[in-house]
Structures are given as C-alpha cells and as structure tokens.
Ligand binder design. Structure first.
Ligand code: CMX
Length: 137
C-alpha cells in the first residue's frame, strides 16, 4: 500500500466546543475548519500539525458510530488513524486479497472532499484504519 503519510488522527469527543481550545493551545494553531459530515452523523473540527491533521469528531445523532464508541469510551480518545494513499480502489482490492476485512468496498466521500474507505479493526490488530485519497492530486 505504501501510504505517503498519516493524513489525520481521528479523535472522538463529546463536545467540540469544550475540546477545541485545548488543541489550539497544544498545537499553537487555530482550528481551520468545522464541517458536518451528514452521512457519518458527525461534526468535525480540523487542525494542522505538519503534514498530518488532527480531526475531532463529535456525534450529531445517537445513531452515530461516534456516539456508540463514546458510550464505551465516555472520556473520548483516539478513534481511528487515516493514511493517505494513491490509487485507493487498487489499494482496497489489495487489502481484500490479503484477507483484510473492508468496511467500505469502494471509496466514498469524506470530510474535506477526500475519497475515503475504512478497514475493519477486527482485521487490523484493533486499530480502526481509514484510507484517504485526494481526488485533486
Ligand atoms: N477502534 C477499534 N476498535 C473498534 C472501534 C474503533 N474505533 N470501534 C469499534 N471497535 C470494535 C469494538 O471494540 C468491538 O470489538 P469487540 O467485538 O471485540 O468488543 C467491535 O469493533 C464492534 O464494535 P461495535 O461497538 O459493535 O461497533 P460496530 O460493529 O457497530 O461498528 C465499526 C464498528 C468499526 C464497523 C464502525 O464504527 C464503522 O463502520 N466505522 C467506520 C466509519 C466511521 O468510523 N465513521 C466515523 C468517522 C467519520 C469521519 O472521519 O469523517
């Protein structure tokens, strides 16, 4: 797969407004984007940290996968790691051929206009893994 870099770390939070000031102070940079991803039922806040981003995820509905995760992890925490790849569909096909369980068999639209797909944590040693591709590159 050979990712080019870690695109972002996804961190689940209960309330964006309560956590954003901490990351602004920690990273010494302002949150540059707040975006709702309707089909994922989340509101996201982004920060830059070098080539990598921090993505805070707040659930917008009780049915959100983030709400479910927060029920088990009420303080919040690292929810997923996202790698940037080139040729996302080919990479997904390679993962499937290697026996890795795909959550998304084909790329779909995620935050920031990226094409994204998730690998199931049961076949990635417990780490929910997202693969991202910038369609404009
Ligand atoms: N990291 C590691 N393991 C996780 C996990 C996570 N973030 N979320 C769930 N799991 C594990 C659970 O611990 C559980 O393991 P056990 O069976 O050993 O107890 C197992 O996965 C099933 O957990 P669940 O609570 O029953 O959750 P679901 O099966 O309903 O959903 C998952 C799990 C990963 C399939 C689902 O969260 C998913 O489809 N995620 C991809 C989409 C997503 O996360 N969207 C939010 C971010 C969107 C964005 O970045 O824009």
């Amino acid at each position: 797969m050979k990712p080019t870099h870690i695109e972002h770390l996804g961190i689940a939070v209960n309330k964006l407004d309560e956590v954003i000031p901490y990351y602004e102070q920690l990273l010494g940079t302002k949150c540059y984007s707040i975006e709702e991803v309707v089909d994922q039922k989340v509101r996201t806040a982004f920060f830059k940290c070098g080539q990598t981003k921090i993505e805070l995820l707040e659930p917008t509905s009780e049915e959100s996968t983030i709400a479910k995760w927060l029920e088990k992890n009420p303080k919040g925490g690292v929810h997923h790691v996202a790698f940037c790849v080139e040729g996302l569909q080919v990479v997904l096909d390679e993962c499937a051929a290697a026996g890795i369980q795909l959550i998304d068999k084909a790329p779909r639209k995620g935050a920031e206009g990226l094409n994204i797909a998730f690998l199931h944590p049961k076949s990635t040693h417990g780490v929910l893994t997202e693969l991202c591709e910038d369609p404009n590159k």
